[in-house]
Write a protein that binds this ligand. Sequence first.
Ligand SMILES: Nc1nc2c(ncn2[C@@H]2O[C@H](COP(=O)(O)OP(=O)(O)OP(=O)(O)O)[C@@H](O)[C@H]2O)c(=O)[nH]1
Ligand SMILES: [Mg+2]
Length: 264
Amino acid sequence: MGRFHRHSDGTSHDHDHGHPHDHEHDHEHRDVGDHSGYPETGPSRVAVLESILSENDRIAASNRSGFEADGVWAVNVMSSPGAGKTSVLKRTLVALGEELRVGVLEGDIATSLDADELSGLGATISLVNTSAGFGGECHLDAVMVRSGLTRLPLDRVDLLVIENVGNLVCPAEFDVGEHAKAMVYAVTEGEEKPLKYPVMFRAADVVLVNKIDLLPHLDFDLDRFLANLHAVNPQATVIQTSARTGEGIEEWCEWLRAGVARHR
Ligand SMILES: Nc1nc2c(ncn2[C@@H]2O[C@H](COP(=O)(O)OP(=O)(O)OP(=O)(O)O)[C@@H](O)[C@H]2O)c(=O)[nH]1
Ligand SMILES: [Mg+2]
């Protein structure tokens, strides 16, 4: 089985192995990988994956139209578990609370712990637990976000922050209708992560290098990490932050303000 391609008219076909990545074709390409390791289920597996992803993209586009209609700028905040999304967002809400009308869509597999943590800081919060009707998924998809949006007054929101489920891979694979993707990466995770788990690093418009206050206690080589990040994503904006000390939070808020302002 070869590489799978989807055409803009919805039809699809496989190319043989070894077919060069052909940029002369004017149809849409989505490389869903080499599934030759699944000799029995390969073609049907690809068809199912493709169908799930195109359904997701359709609903993501509808979420995005809703944001456009209400003048909302949406950012999808992703990271591995515990990198510091909620801690950074807490400081963000304190910094931006008076200035922008912020909505938070809080994605977690279970519990309202993070939603509770962010409450009382001026933002409207909608919690989506993926274990409540969404099979306990390790990421948010466009359907889950759509369900959470019904609990937010989007016509009175300037900035929507979506805290995705803590996971270093899956969240980056799902468009939920956001305008930008932000990644929080903690210096405790190791310099090699952009190379080993490139998907999220590659998808991110901005990478917050968080827990920078811990650097004196670690062997972490910041330059090596930045070179690795640059190798997979030369375009990403990089902001060094500490949710503990507040370092870099103003720069991050400035990045958010600029996104909202561009959108207006
Ligand atoms: N030293 C230090 N600790 C931090 C920093 N940011 C977060 N932490 C700590 O790291 C732990 C995880 O932080 P959270 O903000 O809950 O991380 P998260 O990404 O929201 O975690 P999940 O939602 O579970 O994926 C907590 O104990 C925080 O206090 C930081 O900049 N410096
Ligand atoms: Mg969190």
